[in-house]
Ligand binder design. Structure first.
Ligand code: HEM
Ligand code: NAG
Ligand code: NAG
Ligand code: NAG
Ligand code: NAG
Length: 360
């Protein structure tokens, strides 16, 4: 066995031990990549070979995490701890540390088992250990209505089928928008702006149960720009995703041959202006469908631009929806993760900390 394989097998055994034994210690989040090791780098290196996932390996709604599991940056069974996922997205795709933690702790608060500190990147699984009491879901990233939501680019809305499974018909639209609007047929900022606007327009007409409110609106708009930042080879780094590279990540869930990650860590300060740019081109108001083509605006849900209120909505509405009155170790674990999550929104956005339980 290669050394990296041994490490991953060992990590997987730790996860399995924890899942059987109920309660895990919660380590601090991973630190940023050390200076000098956070630059341009071959991601598809010999230590990270693509292996087709086996029948028991979990994959889900995020093309990036699926790919990182298939290339061994994440445990190949698709179950991991937050620090493993933060490290994987930093190493494989050069996410900035604060941005990686923002995504991961957000997902953990909605989709993980806080007691075992494990989360599935796909559907619900016993591999995350014994569940805390309902209404906790511990549904994994594929759990609809948490992080996963409607109007995805390469998945169908939950009303139509499995919202976590890659759908070629949907992805063909992604490619045709690149052909129609992108520079030289790439998925660029203009193609992104048009596709991101078309997706809810389509769902408004076809999905009687469309939900397009906080927090989904933020992930929908961020994920739209991720591919042209993180899936573009870092040697070019021109915000133009070729259809070949896009297909490798989305359809094959495989890091393209010779792919290099971005030349420097990418965080909020690059993602947010791009999100603003596509929003400004085609603004929308959050809402839900009451039947097909009956889009009802939701004035109480925060707007896309209201970052701190979306943070508050996750922490004060979504999390207590699953954990109304946690006690003991469960409350401690949630408070720890809430603290890690808040740390990622504190400086750049100056949000006020929200406490769903008592102050800690
Ligand atoms: C770091 C932790 C991450 C977590 C927890 C996460 C989680 C998710 C989830 C739950 C979805 C499903 C949302 C939906 O469409 O309903 C999603 C979609 C997506 N993610 Fe990730 N993600 C992470 C990192 C990344 C990174 C680094 C990229 C880089 C390209 C990425 C790219 C995408 C894209 C493009 C989609 C949209 C797929 C679509 O609309 O069809 N994600 N992610
Ligand atoms: C993919 O999406 C299309 C269009 O929304 C749908 O007709 C088709 O049944 C989906 N395919 C699968 C395998 O779900
Ligand atoms: C399209 O590709 C050509 C040839 O590689 C290049 O010269 C041109 O600058 C590209 N156009 C854009 C808008 O990127
Ligand atoms: C996007 O489209 C605008 C016109 O709507 C054009 O001026 C601009 O150059 C395009 N941007 C790119 C990156 O192709
Ligand atoms: C952050 O918020 C605090 C309290 O609302 C305020 O006093 C401070 O000036 C803000 N700082 C920045 C950089 O916006």
């Amino acid at each position: 066995m290669k050394f990296s394989t041994i490490i991953l097998v060992a990590l997987r055994q730790i996860n399995e031990f924890v899942a059987h034994n109920g309660v895990a210690p919660i380590p601090n989040p991973s630190a940023p990549l050390p200076a000098g090791q956070d630059g341009l780098k071959l991601s598809n290196d010999p230590a990270h070979p693509f292996i087709t996932p086996g029948p028991d390996d979990l994959r889900g709604s995020c093309p990036a995490l699926n790919t990182l599991a298939n290339n061994g940056y994440l445990p190949r069974n698709g179950v991991g701890r937050p620090d493993q996922i933060v490290t994987a997205v930093m190493e494989g795709l050069n996410l900035g540390n604060d941005f990686a933690k923002f995504l991961v702790y957000q997902a953990f608060l909605m989709n993980s088992n806080p007691l075992t500190n494990l989360m599935s990147i796909g559907m619900k699984t016993p591999l995350t250990g014994q569940d805390p009491p309902k209404p906790a879901l511990v549904g994994g990233l594929s759990q609809h209505g948490t992080f996963e939501g409607d109007t995805s680019m390469s998945r169908v809305d939950a009303f139509f089928g499995d919202p976590a499974a890659f759908n070629q018909t949907r992805f063909n639209d992604f490619l045709s928008f690149a052909t129609k609007y992108g520079a030289n047929g790439t998925y660029d900022i203009n193609a992104t702006a048009e596709l991101r606007f078309e997706r809810p327009q389509d769902s408004i007409m076809t999905n009687p149960q469309l939900v397009f409110t906080s927090p989904r609106i933020l992930s929908a708009y961020s994920e739209a720009v991720f591919p042209l930042v993180y899936f573009v080879d870092g040697r070019l780094n021109n915000r133009q995703l070729t259809q070949d590279a896009g297909s490798s990540f989305f359809a094959n869930q495989r890091v393209p041959a010779d792919f290099h990650r971005p030349p420097a860590p990418v965080s909020f300060e690059i993602i947010e202006p791009m999100v603003n740019q596509i929003f400004t081109k085609h603004p929308f108001t959050p809402g839900v469908n009451h039947g097909r083509n009956n889009y009802v605006l939701q004035p109480k849900t925060p707007a896309l631009s209201d970052f701190c209120r979306i943070y508050g909505d996750i922490v004060l509405r979504v999390v207590p929806g699953q954990y109304p009155k946690p006690t003991c170790q469960l409350k401690d674990a949630l408070n720890k993760n809430l603290g890690f999550f808040y740390d990622t929104v504190k400086f750049q956005h100056n949000c006020t900390q929200a406490f769903p339980y008592d102050k800690y």
